[in-house]
Design a protein around this ligand. Structure first.
Ligand code: F1P
Length: 347
């Protein structure tokens, strides 16, 4: 029987198409239409927290207002450290299930104790989180049978990118995001064989994911996918942070994956060369490569020239999900039943 996780990974282009339609029909905006533009606090757990990190970085760039991301537990336990009394952010709580205890607690705390308005982003409109919110962005098409989040990560993040772009009428970004279902469908098959080749290389047992800006959340999510699905030793850092200590354990058994950004491209390319000198192998995820990138990339995925970072991030994530999936299969693990994990964490 086909793996639910693999089917859901491969269904992403179709799910993105449905998300685009829903966002347009329901006219999603961040902040919601009629609300003043203001700081946003993105809140979630696990994959949903890493989704929050990328969404927050994109919101800050697009809106010119601060977007911050915090794990749900930091809200109801450490609000004075994470929500300045002077700031009255609008909260965006993110949860595929809509029932994760910590995120529901965070929503209740922000509404009842801090008197903050709360948006719920979920794949389920009937969960406790939806009931604890003032606005709802629900993407039922991204629901999953699997434990690990794949299409729910990219589709919910797409929804947030679209809503942030709609609020500031960033037409270029909206048009670029409208292209990702078709582009993604063309990328998946050729990239799958590249990812399977890396996954089957048993000389690699240490996976580092590096990203700046909106790609830092993606690097964290990539790290988590490798852990959850394939029980691999994986790490994630801001790209240029890697030199400041963590590279001490890089070696010939390491695969260093870099999400190439716009502003950091030159520095990221130089770091690639430096990491090759340590004997590490490299996987580069970029819009389009140049000769310098090609010189240092052992494996290269080009998702498309001229695309904004948000589109590139969404197109790159299925590749990482496939890497984690195929590494699990190579290790004779079942990605549909990850060790110690359940689909929802309830306390
Ligand atoms: C969040 C989460 C996932 C994790 C696992 C358990 O779920 O922690 O990130 O991969 O599936 O649940 P949710 O709040 O987004 O439903």
């Amino acid at each position: 029987m086909d793996s639910a996780t693999l089917l859901e990974i491969l269904s992403q282009p179709e799910t993105w198409e449905k998300t685009l339609m829903r966002a347009a029909q329901e006219q999603w905006e961040l902040p919601p239409a009629g609300q003043t533009r203001r700081p946003l606090l993105f809140v979630g757990c696990g994959t949903s927290f890493y989704l929050a990190q990328s969404a927050a970085a994109s919101y800050t760039r697009l809106s010119g207002h601060p977007g911050h991301a915090v794990p749900s537990s930091e809200v109801f336990l450490f609000a004075p450290n994470s929500i300045a009394a002077s700031e009255k952010p609008l909260a965006v709580t993110i949860s595929r299930s809509g029932t994760t205890t910590e995120t529901v607690w965070a929503a209740k705390f922000m509404r009842e104790q801090l008197h903050l308005p709360v948006i719920a982003l979920s794949c389920y409109g009937d969960g406790a989180l939806a009931r604890e919110s003032d606005w709802r962005m629900i993407i039922p098409e991204a629901q999953e049978n699997s434990v690990v989040m794949t299409r729910s990560f990219t589709s919910q993040l797409l929804g947030l990118f679209l809503a942030s772009a709609a609020a500031v009428k960033a037409r270029g970004l909206i048009e670029a995001l409208a292209k990702i279902p078709d582009r993604g469908a063309h990328l998946l098959n050729p990239a799958a064989s590249t990812m399977r080749g890396i996954a089957d290389d048993s000389s690699l047992d240490h996976f580092i994911f590096l990203g700046h800006g909106i790609f830092y959340g993606a690097a964290n999510e990539a790290m988590l996918k490798m852990k959850e699905m394939s029980l691999s030793f994986s790490e994630a850092y801001h790209t240029m942070e890697y030199r400041h200590g963590p590279m001490s354990i890089a070696g010939t058994n390491s695969l260093i994956t870099i999400f190439i950004s716009d502003a950091g491209r030159e520095h990221e390319t130089r770091l690639l060369g430096d990491m090759k000198k340590l004997g590490a192998r490299t996987l580069v995820l970029c819009g389009n490569a140049d000769d310098k990138i090609r010189a240092h990339a052992d494996h290269l995925i080009e998702v498309g020239d001229g695309l904004p970072e948000e589109a590139r991030l969404l197109l790159a994530m299925p590749m990482i999900q496939l890497l984690a999936y195929h590494r699990a299969v190579a290790k004779k693990l079942n990605p549909d039943a990850p060790r110690h994990l359940s689909q929802v964490v309830t306390l």
